[in-house]
Ligand binder design. Structure first.
Ligand code: AMP
Ligand code: ZN
Length: 494
């Protein structure tokens, strides 16, 4: 059954530049396609930000009761070094440099990608098709584009004819780039000499003598162009028109504009109702990227083995850090930001884990739980506004801490609902790893604080108030607040 909250869900559609009500094409089913990684090297934390964001969207749509078919491809051929269809294929180049079979490269980095996303507790997609596994479908798509007159063959390669397409349709719908501007900006030597215009893009590339990945086709031995795989595979698994197509904002142009053009050339349809784009994770203010050597790998963050951060951070903390920014905002990674996120995440978990121990004997509750739940859903329904959702969770933690020191009341029914909703949001929707969270909570820090509380209590008994105040003040500086009762003290993270 679809939740009542589903009817208020709004998504930002990059195609229209507006937040729009999400009404799926079919009442109960949602089709979502997300451009996956090019498996020629380890995924960096920037790549992970995009996949975590779409994991959140996938989880939330499922949570609302939709049947979601989530397709995320693996690019294992056709992604060339340069965007103008020149340079070596990224996978082939790696195979040549490491003296491996291209499929060994693909296997190695696919395993790494899965292992990282597993550590980050993201759900696997419903289907993870690879470009090399869909050569027949891609050849078929090319035949259809040639038939519609929007492509031409030259010397064993096939190119999409942008000028021809633009006579009757519009190229550049997503990026808003005008074809005239593209013509002015491009250098005359861009791309292959076989192209009629520098903006034309390859649907099929002839394999030159030393090229190691190629297949037979009606145009000779070659390999598919990068943009084509997503068109062929999304059509195969989600049909000609599906609900959501996503990827990082850097894919808007040319990749997604080319995908739209290809689909429109095949069947006249823009393939997706909603186009969604995540913004970039930056490092030192610049896009995290392999090509400019400005990146950090997730494992380097998890094990602390890097030159950028002062310590290690858990996958849960990394996820929390990512959710503290809206997926459409730029987010800059820094040591300070991760330290602040770690503190915030611990405070949140500590609040959640103390719900079960709360005193719930009062008749009434001083917390409007219905209002709080509806506010949490409203934040998620507002284009997955995780920073605002987290602010709502902290509002609730404030209340929980007040119940702990008996300054607010909670009844049994509200306590149960609080626990269920908090649990749902943290683990089902935001996808934190509950097992690791418990370990993190019961780590030695808590034991150390308990020990300091004992020493301080002894100091108070001994009337050594200088020491007892010093312990309280130093802990406070570390973000730990002691709450003194008549006979005992408890602590909370602030
Ligand atoms: P690639 O493996 O380069 O094809 O990229 C895989 C996905 O990661 C694409 O959706 C990219 O848009 C996305 N991506 C690449 N760099 C970043 C970044 N710095 N921040 C967020 N997403 C990124
Ligand atoms: Zn794609």
């Amino acid at each position: 059954m679809i939740s009542n909250y589903a009817k208020n869900l709004k998504l930002y559609n990059s195609l229209t530049g507006k937040k729009e009500k999400f009404i799926p094409i079919q009442e109960l089913n949602v089709g979502m396609y997300v451009c996956g990684p090019t498996v020629y090297s380890n995924a960096h934390l920037g790549n992970c930000r995009t996949f975590i964001s779409f994991d959140l969207i996938y989880r939330y749509l499922k949570h609302l009761g939709y049947n979601v078919r989530y397709v995320r491809n693996l690019t294992d051929v056709g992604h060339l070094e340069n965007e103008d269809d020149t340079g070596e294929d990224k996978v082939s180049k790696k195979a040549r440099l490491e003296n491996l079979e291209p499929m060994e490269v693909v296997q190695k980095y696919t395993l790494d990608f899965h292992s990282i996303l597993n550590k980050l507790n993201t759900l696997p997609p419903s289907i993870e098709p690879s470009a090399t596994g869909h050569i027949i479908e891609q050849i078929d798509s090319i035949k259809q584009i040639l038939k519609s007159g929007f492509a031409y063959e030259k010397n064993g390669s096939v190119y999409f004819d942008i000028m021809k397409f633009n006579e009757s349709k519009t190229y550049g719908k997503l990026s808003g780039r005008k074809i005239e501007e593209m013509l002015n900006q491009s250098r005359s030597l861009d791309g292959s000499v076989d192209k009629k215009n520098p903006q034309d893009f390859a649907l099929w590339k002839k394999a030159e003598k030393n090229h190691i990945m190629f297949w037979d086709s009606p145009w000779g031995k070659g390999f598919p162009g990068w943009h084509l795989e997503c068109t062929s595979m999304s059509k195969k698994y989600l049909g000609d028109y599906f609900d959501i197509h996503g990827g990082g904002i850097d894919l808007k142009f040319p990749h997604h504009d080319c995908e739209i053009a290809q689909s429109e050339a095949i069947d006249g349809k823009n393939p997706a109702k909603f186009w969604m784009h995540t913004n970039m994770l930056t490092l030192n203010g610049k896009k995290m990227s392999k090509s400019i050597e400005n990146f950090i790998l997730p494992n380097e963050v998890f094990n602390g083995n890097n030159k950028i951060l002062s310590k290690s951070f858990s996958p849960n903390v990394v996820k929390f850090f990512i959710y503290q920014a809206h997926y459409r905002s730029v987010l800059d990674l820094s040591n300070d930001a991760l330290i602040a996120s770690e503190k915030g995440f611990k405070k949140l978990m500590s609040g959640f884990l103390s719900i079960s121990k709360l005193n719930h004997n009062s008749e009434v509750s001083d917390f409007d739980i219905d209002l709080w739940i509806s506010k949490c859903y409203a934040k998620m329904n507002d284009d997955f506004n995780t920073p605002m959702l987290i602010a709502e969770l902290f509002e609730c933690v404030k209340f929980i801490n007040n119940v702990k020191i008996n300054s607010k009341n909670l009844n049994t029914k509200d306590k149960e609902r609080l626990a269920i909703t908090f649990n749902d949001i943290l683990f089902n929707i935001l996808g934190f790893n509950s097992e690791i969270s418990k370990v993190e909570k019961s780590n030695s820090q808590n034991e150390l604080v308990e020990l300091l509380i004992k020493i301080r209590s002894q100091a108070r008994n001994d009337k050594n108030f200088t020491l007892s105040d010093q312990i309280r003040d130093e802990l406070f500086k570390l973000g730990i607040q002691l709450n003194d009762d008549k006979n005992s003290s408890s602590f909370e993270l602030i």
